[in-house]
Write a new protein. Structure first.
Length: 264
């Protein structure tokens, strides 16, 4: 499913760059600007800096004069509007709406929404667009009325103002998570391999080395060892030591023995 992010009358160049960065982190690259304040906004230094490497998104971005041009090839429109409207499409959280959209549950509910026939009978190559209004006055009512849904990000009721780049990041993340149910998500990167686990013989050899070192520094009394070594054995077993860690611990024991011999 094609995805497009549309910024309407954006007034701050930095927000365009932040939007490109937010989109790229979630694997999206279709950005359209409708009548931005700066005609050369895609080349402004602030835009490039805030994009933080998402220059390919900026390179493919388009600037158009009207919203109609930005909507070409798009069949499902999602407004992002914090202020509820008395008339217009239903208001839902992104997560709720995306689940319904991908499960084809919208036809009965959204019959009242303008252009709902597109939701009921989408063309073979469905395009989804997320519309974001100007930083100064948000989305115009006439633009919201064209959409199938008004997405509202749940925020603190006493402080619900989101920066444009942050709002794009939230929507892009939620949409990518929803697409993951169709196999279009990203896996969490696993940590680097921890190395090959040490076997019991290696642990036993290291413990014998430590017993010698602890005796040498006077920490272990061979005449009254109590349960020191068995407790250390259990400790190291819980740690699930790697072979590299065994080498490190043996190096510590060797240094303790060398220090003891040097002080004699």
């Amino acid at each position: 499913m094609r995805t497009r992010f549309i910024l309407i009358q954006t007034s701050h160049a930095g927000n365009v760059g932040a939007t490109a960065r937010a989109m790229k982190t979630m694997g999206f690259d279709d950005l359209v600007l409708v009548a931005p304040r700066w005609p050369n906004v895609l080349r402004k230094e602030e835009t490039i800096q805030r994009a933080s490497g998402a220059l390919d998104v900026l390179a493919h971005a388009r600037i158009v004069a009207t919203l109609d041009e930005a909507l070409e090839g798009v069949s499902h429109l999602c407004a992002t509007a914090m202020t509820p409207r008395d008339f217009g499409p239903p208001t839902r959280t992104p997560r709720q709406h995306f689940e319904m959209l991908l499960n084809n549950e919208l036809s009965a509910l959204d019959g009242k929404a303008p252009g709902a026939d597109l939701a009921r009978n989408p063309p073979p190559e469905t395009g989804v667009a997320f519309l974001f209004g100007s930083e100064r006055f948000g989305m115009a009512n006439e633009d919201v009325y064209r959409c199938h849904v008004a997405l509202s990000i749940p925020t603190n009721p006493q402080f619900g103002s989101l920066n444009l780049g942050a709002a794009v990041q939230v929507i892009a993340y939620e949409w990518r998570q929803a697409l993951a149910t169709r196999g279009e998500g990203f896996a969490v990167q696993e940590s680097a391999p921890q190395g090959e686990r040490a076997d019991a013989a290696q642990v036993a050899g290291m413990l014998a080395h430590w017993e010698q070192a602890l005796t040498g520094i006077g920490f272990l009394d061979p005449a009254a060892p109590k349960k020191l070594m068995p407790r250390l054995n259990q400790l190291f077993n819980r740690a699930q030591l790697t072979q590299e860690e065994i080498h490190i611990l043996r190096g510590v024991a060797k240094s303790m023995l060398q220090a003891t011999q040097a002080n004699r």
